[in-house]
Design a protein around this ligand. Structure first.
Ligand code: FAD
Length: 466
C-alpha cells in the first residue's frame, strides 16, 4: 500500500516529520492542494498565496530528487479536498501523513476528512510540529495555559535546557516508482507577486545560517530601527512552513552557542521572538474562541469604537499625516511585509488614535501580509489594542511622533517610503506640516493628545459597564 504525504503549512523537505514517517513505512507519494476560495475567505493576502504556489513548485522539484512524486492540485475550497482524495483512492493508499494545523476551519476540514478516510479504511498519521514544544505542554499552577508571556518563556527555556530539539534531516531518496497518476484539477502557478522572496530550500537555509552567524549579534541593539536591515525577514518562510521553527532554534544554538543563555545577547533576544511565536500558537490552542476574533479580555467587548471609514481609508493608504505611520503602511502595501516596531506603531495608531476596532486592522493586515499568520497577527493586534493576553495596558498609548524620533531619528525610513518628504530636513521630518503644503502631504487626520484622552474615556466607559 502507498503512503501519502499531504503537504499543507509545512512546505519543506527538511525537518518534515510527516515526510520522514511516511518514507519509513514504504513507497511514498505526496500531494499539495491549493484552495484559493478558502484562502480568500480567510483573508489570505494574494502575495502569500503566490509565495505558497511558488514554494509548492520548488518543493515538487526537491521531492523529485527524492523520487517522491508531488501531485499539485487545484481544489478551490476545503470542500473539494475530499473529491481529490477520492481520485487517489484507486492507487491503493494505506495511510495519509500530515502536520497538524490549529485554525478552526482547517480543523473542521480535517475532522470531515478523517471520518471519510476511516470509511475507506485509510489511516491518518498526524504530527504536532508547528511549534518547538507542543501546545498544552506548559501550564501554570492551576493547570491552564499561561496568559502572561514571561512565565511561559521561563518554562519554555527550561524545557530547551533539558531537552535537545530534534531537527529531522532530509530523507534519503526512495526507489523510483511507476505509477499511473490520476488527472487532477490543474494547479495554477501564481502571478509572481512574491518573486522578491526566494523559494529555494538551500537559499533559505543559507539565509538562516548567515543570519545566525553574524547579524543576530546586533539584533538587540538594532532590531527596533526599521531603516536598518537588522531582523531576519524569515517570517514568510515560517508562515508557509518552508522553514520550521526548530530549524531556526537549532541553527541559532549551533552558531551562537552559550550566547542564547545570556539575556543581553542578540541571540537570546532573537530566541525570545521565536518564543513569542510559540506563545501565540499555544494561546490559540488553549483558547480556540480567539479564532472567532473574540477579544481575550472580555470587558473590552463593550468598547464603542468610532469606526470612521474615512479615517480607516487614510490609515490603509498611508495618508494620515503622521509620517512614520504612513511610511509603514506604504511599506506594507507595496511589499507585503512590515517591520515589527512599525506593526506595533500603526496598530496602536489605528486603535488608540483613530478609535477603530482592532479587528479592522487585523483583517487589513492579513489581506496584505506575505507572512500572515493567524496566531501572531491576532496576538499582535490584541496586544496593541490592550484586549489580549499579556497585552499592553490600555493607558499605554504610543506617541507616533516620539516613536518616529526614537526609531527613525534621521528619517531615512520615512523618506524611503514617502518621496514627497524627500527634501524635508531631519529636524522637521517627524512633523513636516509647517514645511509642506497639503497637496504634497496630508494634514494630520487627528490630534494625538485629544485622541489619547478619548481612548482613555472609551476604555474606562467599557470597564464601568462590565
Ligand atoms: P525577526 O525579528 O527576525 O524574528 C524572527 C521570527 O520570530 C519571525 O520571523 C517570526 O516568525 C517570529 N516573531 C517575531 N516577532 C514575533 C511576535 N511579536 N509574535 C510572534 N512571532 C514573532 N508575525 C507573523 O509572522 N505573521 C503575522 O501575521 C504577524 N502579524 C503581526 C501583527 C502585529 C500588529 C504585530 C505587532 C506583530 C505581528 N507579527 C506577525 C510579529 C512580527 O511583527 C513579525 O513576525 C516580524 O516583524 C517578522 O519579521 P522578521 O522575520 O524579520 O522577524
Amino acid at each position: 500500500r502507498l503512503q501519502l504525504v499531504w503537504f499543507r503549512s509545512d512546505l519543506r523537505v527538511y525537518d518534515n516529520a510527516a515526510l520522514v514517517q511516511a518514507m519509513s513505512q514504504g513507497p511514498t507519494l505526496a500531494i499539495f492542494i491549493a484552495c484559493p476560495d478558502s484562502w480568500q475567505q480567510h483573508d489570505m493576502a494574494p502575495i502569500k498565496q503566490d509565495l505558497i504556489r511558488r514554494r509548492a513548485l520548488a518543493l515538487q522539484q526537491e521531492l523529485a530528487e527524492l523520487q517522491v512524486p508531488l501531485l499539485l492540485a487545484e481544489g478551490s475550497d476545503y470542500e473539494a479536498v475530499q473529491d481529490i482524495f477520492r481520485a487517489l483512492v484507486p492507487l491503493g493508499i494505506g495511510c495519509v501523513y500530515s502536520e497538524l494545523e490549529y485554525e478552526l476551519r482547517e480543523q473542521q476540514r480535517d475532522q470531515q476528512l478523517q471520518a471519510w478516510l476511516t470509511e475507506q479504511g485509510i489511516d491518518w498519521w498526524q504530527c504536532d510540529r508547528q511549534t518547538a514544544f507542543t501546545p498544552g505542554r506548559f501550564v501554570n499552577g492551576s493547570g491552564s495555559m499561561y496568559q502572561v508571556f514571561t512565565p511561559f518563556k521561563k518554562r519554555w527555556l527550561q524545557a530547551l535546557a533539558e531537552q535537545e530539539l530534534t531537527v529531522l534531516p532530509k530523507p534519503k531518496p526512495q526507489q523510483k516508482m511507476e505509477l499511473a497518476l490520476p488527472q487532477l484539477p490543474v494547479f495554477q502557478p501564481g502571478n509572481g507577486s512574491s518573486k522578491d522572496w526566494s523559494v529555494d530550500s538551500e537559499e533559505l537555509l543559507q539565509q538562516l545560517r548567515d543570519y545566525c552567524q553574524s547579524r543576530v549579534q546586533l539584533y538587540k541593539k538594532q532590531r527596533d530601527f526599521p531603516a536598518l536591515d537588522a531582523t531576519s525577514r524569515l517570517s514568510p518562510y515560517l508562515a508557509v512552513g518552508a522553514l520550521s521553527v526548530r530549524q531556526c532554534i537549532r541553527r541559532l544554538q549551533l552558531e551562537a552557542g552559550n550566547a542564547i543563555w545570556q539575556a543581553e545577547s542578540g541571540a537570546a533576544v532573537w530566541l525570545s521572538e521565536l518564543i513569542w511565536r510559540d506563545f501565540y500558537k499555544h494561546v490559540l490552542v488553549a483558547w480556540p474562541e480567539l479564532i472567532k476574533h473574540q477579544p481575550f479580555q472580555k470587558d473590552t467587548t463593550a468598547i464603542r469604537w468610532r469606526n470612521d471609514k474615512t479615517l480607516f481609508a487614510a490609515w490603509c493608504a498611508g495618508q494620515t499625516g503622521y509620517p512614520l505611520v504612513d511610511a509603514a503602511m506604504r511599506q506594507l502595501n507595496q511589499t507585503g511585509w512590515m517591520h515589527n516596531r512599525l506593526r506595533m506603531v500603526v496598530a496602536s495608531f489605528l486603535v488608540k488614535d483613530l478609535h477603530i476596532d482592532w479587528r479592522w486592522g487585523e483583517r487589513y493586515f492579513m489581506r496584505q501580509l506575505i507572512d500572515g499568520d493567524f496566531a501572531a497577527n491576532n496576538g499582535g493586534w490584541q496586544w496593541a489594542a490592550s484586549t489580549g493576553t499579556d497585552a499592553a495596558p490600555y493607558f499605554r498609548i504610543f506617541n507616533p511622533i516620539t516613536q518616529s524620533e526614537r526609531f527613525d531619528p534621521k528619517g531615512h525610513f520615512i523618506r524611503n517610503w514617502l518621496p514627497e518628504l524627500a527634501a524635508v530636513p531631519d529636524a522637521a521630518i517627524h512633523w513636516p506640516h509647517k514645511l509642506t503644503n497639503r497637496n504634497q502631504y496630508p494634514a494630520p487626520v487627528v490630534d494625538h493628545a485629544k485622541a489619547r484622552a478619548t481612548t482613555l474615556e472609551l476604555f474606562q466607559q467599557a470597564r464601568q459597564q462590565a
